[in-house]
Design a protein around this ligand. Structure first.
Ligand SMILES: Nc1nc2c(ncn2[C@@H]2O[C@H](COP(=O)(O)OP(=O)(O)OP(=O)(O)O)[C@@H](O)[C@H]2O)c(=O)[nH]1
Ligand SMILES: [Mg+2]
Length: 558
């Protein structure tokens, strides 16, 4: 028999990049008094890994939980909150956490309104049948237009086929930085209206506590003492510390295991518990080699839950053993065995990634959801001490049913000034882009929507920023596969190449800087012929980036 677990809510926070999800989670944590008095807490505390902090973006979806009193009953209610990344390349993270929650907070920037990724994440939430609370954030922005943004958001719900009850959403206005919320644009001094909206409008889990235990492994975590942990929602029954469980692998194999270490989330920590009941999000440690998408179940009745489906990768590149003259100098791990181990280990929690062996034992083909998805992996591995070289990224082609070649396309949303729009239109045309929409905005900017082959967008961002003098804003969203668009001139940019081996100097770099974009700063060892930057010129440029400043002997002539 199904029961309603009224003392639990499971909610994911979803939005376009930078609309304020992680900042809002900070506010919820603080006001639920998760931190000790006087405890020093960093801003955007959920962005806990180094790269997230440096880049100011969320890369991995993460769980937290707060306890708040229900004003109607006085009882404590636990809210499991999942913070998600907004950048399109990490969309795979958002897709899969949807099955842990019963509803979402859809954040929309009060000035920008719904953006491409808002559409993507809302579509995923609506498809799962989730109810959303629309949170119009950044109400403090001087250019905030909450009425227009609310209308546009409502239109988006309708366009995406929201059911009547989904389209009948609650709106909450917030200023996440000041930690204030309101049911009208006049905000209360705290986030209480948002807490209450969550209790009222996000349905509580409805589950069968007597059914055989089932949990879908949705995310992996790490525990200092217990190693890799499996995170997921208990969808039926309960799990007790030490009980035997069946682990159903992706291949359908059933392994006998034990739920040795059980945890639930509490604030930023997880606490060990004796049992977790259906409807709650639990963490189980001690399962060697566990993977996302596996089902943990009652050993008497092991039934697998529907697997997690994530969209296919669109971009790939090779990772290979470093063969440059500096091989073995930069990292601790440089053999193909180490590289292979690390790449295949990544697959366990980076679900949108694919790794394949190639004919060459030293080279692996790595596919992901976009350039940034792969770039983050490269940077993470380099920081861990891996040394390897990568190829230029390329789009992944497919064969259609009639044998025709298909390629991935992206919807590109651009905002740029009226005087640079001509250059942008020309560049996208050369990349086989089709214009879908052009809107002249009252503030002398232009909004463009294009459909462009992914192939044409690789490396485009830098040229776009140059053409718009750094002021253009561009977002891309995977659209789908369509017939091959024909050849696109690939080398729109050329390399800046080091003239001689040595150590880069400020002086040498300064000369090179005027001609393009450089990949390295001063004090970096380079070899002759090493690619150190990119230029828009039609041919490669050889530059002495190691040049030392010499006194100008002819200064007196000038
Ligand atoms: N003015 C204003 N700025 C805000 C508000 N909320 C967040 N910001 C700022 O917006 C920027 C992005 O905030 P984040 O919380 O990192 O946004 P996010 O949605 O988590 O970003 P991703 O996870 O990378 O998609 C930061 O500079 C915040 O300080 C707000 O209510 N008002
Ligand atoms: Mg974030």
């Amino acid at each position: 028999m199904k029961v309603q677990r009224k003392n639990i809510r499971n909610v994911a926070i979803i939005a376009h990049v930078d609309h304020g999800k992680t900042t809002l989670v900070d506010g919820l944590l603080r006001q639920a008094r998760v931190f000790r008095e006087n405890q020093q807490v960093q801003e955007r505390v959920m962005d806990s890994n180094d790269l997230e902090r440096e880049r100011g973006i969320t890369i991995l979806a993460k769980n937290t939980a707060v306890l708040i009193p229900d004003p109607q009953t006085g009882e404590m209610v636990k809210i499991n909150i999942v913070d998600t990344p907004g950048h399109a390349d990490f969309g795979g993270e958002v897709e899969r956490v949807m099955n842990m929650v019963d509803g979402v907070l859809l954040l929309v920037d009060a000035a920008e309104g719904p953006m491409p990724q808002t559409r993507f994440v809302l579509k995923k939430a609506l498809e799962m049948g989730h109810q959303a609370i629309v949170v119009i954030n950044k109400m403090d922005r001087r250019d905030a237009e909450p009425d227009r943004v609310l209308n546009d958001t409502f239109d988006l719900f309708i366009e995406l086929g929201a059911s009547e009850s989904q389209a009948n959403f609650q709106v909450v206005y917030t200023n996440a930085i000041a930690q204030q919320a309101g049911l009208t644009p006049a905000l209360s001094p705290d986030l209480q209206p948002l807490f209450e909206a969550i209790l009222q409008h996000i349905p509580c889990p409805e589950v069968d506590l007597d059914a055989p235990f089932q949990m879908l492994v949705t995310n992996l975590g790490y525990d200092e003492y217990r190693g890799v942990t499996a995170i997921g929602r208990i969808s039926a029954g309960k799990v007790t510390n030490g009980q035997p469980i069946a682990r159903i692998t992706l291949q359908g194999e059933i392994l006998a295991e034990r739920a040795r270490y059980l945890f639930v989330f509490q604030g930023l920590e997880k606490v060990e518990v004796d049992e977790v009941l259906a409807g709650d999000i639990g963490v189980i440690a001690g399962l060697e080699g566990v993977e996302i998408g596996e089902t943990l179940a009652d050993p008497e009745q092991p039934v697998a839950l529907p697997p997690i489906r994530v969209e296919e990768p669109t971009v790939r590149m090779t990772f290979g053993v470093n063969t440059s003259p500096f091989a073995g100098k930069e990292g601790k791990w440089s053999t193909s065995r180490k590289l292979r181990e690390r790449l295949f280990a990544e697959l366990r929690n980076n679900v949108a990634l694919r790794v394949e062996e190639t004919e060459n034992a030293d080279t692996f083909l790595v596919s992901g959801r976009g350039e940034l998805h792969l770039a983050i992996l490269i940077e993470t591995m380099r920081r861990e001490g891996y040394e390897f070289q990568v190829s230029r990224p390329e789009a992944i082609l497919k064969e259609g049913e009639g044998g025709e070649i298909l390629e991935p396309y992206e919807e590109v949303h651009i905002e740029t000034s009226a005087d640079t729009v001509g250059a942008v239109v020309e560049m996208l045309g050369a990349r086989k882009g089709q214009m879908l929409n052009l809107v002249n905005n009252p503030d002398n900017t232009v909004t463009l929507v294009y459909l462009v082959p992914t192939r044409g967008l690789l490396g485009f961002r830098y040229q776009f920023l140059t053409a718009t003098r750094g002021m253009g804003v561009m977002h891309t969203l995977f659209h789908g596969y369509a017939p091959f668009a024909g050849p696109i001139p690939t080398r729109n940019s050329s390399s800046i190449v080091a003239w001689e081996a040595g150590t880069t100097t400020n002086y040498g770099l300064k000369n090179a800087e005027e001609r393009g974009i450089l990949f390295y700063g001063p004090g970096v060892e380079v070899y002759e012929g090493m690619v150190v930057g990119e230029t828009l010129r039609s041919s490669d440029l050889v530059v002495n980036v190691c040049k030392k400043e010499t006194p100008d002997q002819y200064a007196f002539l000038k």
